[in-house]
Design a protein around this ligand. Sequence first.
Ligand code: ADP
Ligand code: MG
Length: 868
Amino acid sequence: MAALSPMMQQYFDIKKQHPDKILFFRLGDFYEMFYDDAILASKELELTLTGRDCGQEERAPMCGVPFHSYENYVARLIAKGYKVAICEQMEDPALAKGLVKRDIIRVVTPGTVIESSMLQDDKNNYIASIYITEKKAGVCFADVSTGTAHATVLTGEKLGPEIISELCRYSPSEVLFNAAILDYKEVTAYIKQQLACSVELLDEAAFAPDACMEEMRAQFGDAPEKTAGLAPESPAFTALAVLLGYLKETQKKGVERLKTVHNYAEAQYMQLSPVTRANLELTETMRGREKKGTLLWVLDKTQTAMGKRLMRAWIEQPLVNVAAINARLDGVEELVGDSVARADIAAALSKIFDIERLMTRTVYGSASPREIYALAATCEQLPRLKALARPFGSAEITALLADIDELSDIKELIFAAVDENAPAMLKDGGVIHPGYNTEVDELRDIVHGGKGYLATLEAKLKEETGIRTLKIGYNRVFGYYIEVSRSFSNQVPANFVRKQTLANAERYITEDLKVLENKILGANERLAVLERQLFDDLLHKISAELPRFQKTASGVARLDVLTALAEVAVKNGYTKPVVDEGDELIIEEGRHPVIEQMLKGALFVPNDTVLDCGDNRMLIITGPNMAGKSTYMRQTALIALMAQIGSFVPARACRMGVVDAIFTRVGASDDLAAGQSTFMVEMTEVAEILQYATAKSLVILDEIGRGTSTFDGMSIARAVVEHIADKDGGMGCKTLFATHYHELTDLENAIDGVKNYNIAVKKRGDDITFLRRIVRGPADDSYGIEVAKLAGLPGEVTKRAKEVLKVLEATAPNADKVTQLDFGNFEKFAAAPVPSELVDKLTAVDVETLTPLEALNFLYELKQTLVK
Ligand code: ADP
Ligand code: MG
């Protein structure tokens, strides 16, 4: 077989290091892909597949993309889950001797992109690192594009669900982990099915303590345990170190962007399971997975990209610390109180660019001149922003103002260095501002004024020599020359060096002309080099101030979110909730924040909620379909959640003790992908609630037991209610429970703390009107047929349904009895006193000495006692 061409050999050497990535191989103005990569990419990107001579008989399959528009192609491959290695020419091909040097400058993976074209403004792009050891997990999330990192250690008994909960909160686009994760099937299933993100199982060697310490030292200095705030023996230390190693390997440069780590304890935030987040439609709707129709959609009136990302983060992580919640609320309150200042602040914010991501690109050296100019334009807004917010005295606003640095030194530096009309691409020139660097100015003079210099020189030589026909010309071979017609050649001075002889003229050069030629021809080139060098220097200078920018970005984002919350509060008529350590949840005239916005024009009917850990622990809510049960329960949950974000709430008044978690079981979210039935899903979710809810939790149960037969369903529903409502053996947490089992309404008399409510409807003849009002007491009828009529079922059908119902009620009197009977039996176990005989027998028996057969007989005996 013929040998590969040298370039192809080079290609293979590089490809060998990245077998699992698509290699973008820079060739002149294109990034080319070869062989399998080419075949794959041509399909995925709809590119024409061609071939290239590679030294062997068969041409290598090849396809390519223009270098200036590669981002778009890389973005599409990343979105499809591929990783792309970018291989650059490391020297100018025009100057290279022999084969051009090439090297990988970066590997682009879903979790490490920094290009704005591949990122969403309003969303962080997280890469996660999970290190599991000895039933503990170090978990770390970093957003390379904004330079933020969060780390925590999970130690709970239920490590799997805890990891899932963190993954759900950050929804990373890439996850790194060690092999131990494979023991947690629920986690791997969640990553695969729900996150559908790119994963990387790393070698155990990467997790070795020495390697990790070295990595952390390189990033955080000699005492990383201090600077990063993580003890070396913490699994979070390892998770972060491994993440840094991976970033370094893929990014090559710019990893220093990750300067600070935010160590958080899970307990800092309200616990929200993935199911609850989905059910409450915090950031995306259940149906279309859209933003419209979510809490985020209602609250996100932020002006900056940083504010948008922070608003999302706040909604994803409601607080539980009363002081921290009230600090935010006080900040919002001040802004609510001053509409003029609020509007001015919003206007100033709207001119602020994405400092976090601009800084990332600056540190990486990939910021464009225009972006740097935008950074300065942003700095220009800061003094005004601070001045506008300064009159406010709340601790929250004071603190964030302290973080915002006016950065005027940087602004002046940039404005002095970068031209206002700087192009998007550095190579287009004209980047450096006139007056910033004398050499640039001179070179530009030469480039633009080169002809002038030549004319001046020509005139000077004419005068000196007295040769009237002397002229300066140019050709490609000799460059600039002085041409003198033959008749004057005897007058040519000695310093003229003859270069070429034509039919009736001689061509010369002189030292002066040579210098000028070098100047003119070299000026453009040197100008390009110099502009790049000066621009790079500028990027370095700005990068050195990264911590100031980072703080500023954080301050701006917080101000933006508080201002947005205030704006929404005023526009939608929210009130400031009173949040304390108590256990009440009292809402006066509460509304559903999203549905009230969706109803446009139609009025949302407000309702009160009274929940506590005493007499009003559990509200059982009945009422016909479509009455508004689900809406009412979700509204209560959303109001509690909003308050703990630090937002005002849609109510006339609200007083509440912080809630440590919200659990919901709403609707039938049939998990078809996992192959589970509705009922199974439902029961898994209920089991989770029973397991994790504490007395400080808020639980929403919407029609549980629906997925199975009536009696099963009702029995389960009832047992669940009893367990939750039971203060001693059970949980005693605040619970809202909607049900269509009217039988359950008599629990009010059986268990203290249970209260019946129903959503009122008005019946007139066959017609019903929904009043949307929640009132005390059980609903008296299910109005199924009336609701069907309201929904547009034809008159004949509803009429017939009535007839059928009548017949059923008349001819099957047992139907009622069966319910009664069955229910009675059930009651015996649940609430009726246990027969004393049973108690005696049970107390007497010594379980440990029973043989299996004796146990069976004993069980039979017990049963007999009961049936007697
Ligand atoms: P249920 O759970 O009782 O079947 P939903 O809570 O799903 O009923 O409510 C059905 C619809 O009624 C909602 O989509 C909403 O449009 C409307 N609705 C519910 N509550 C109210 C209210 N308080 N004010 C106005 N409309 C409401
Ligand atoms: Mg409902």
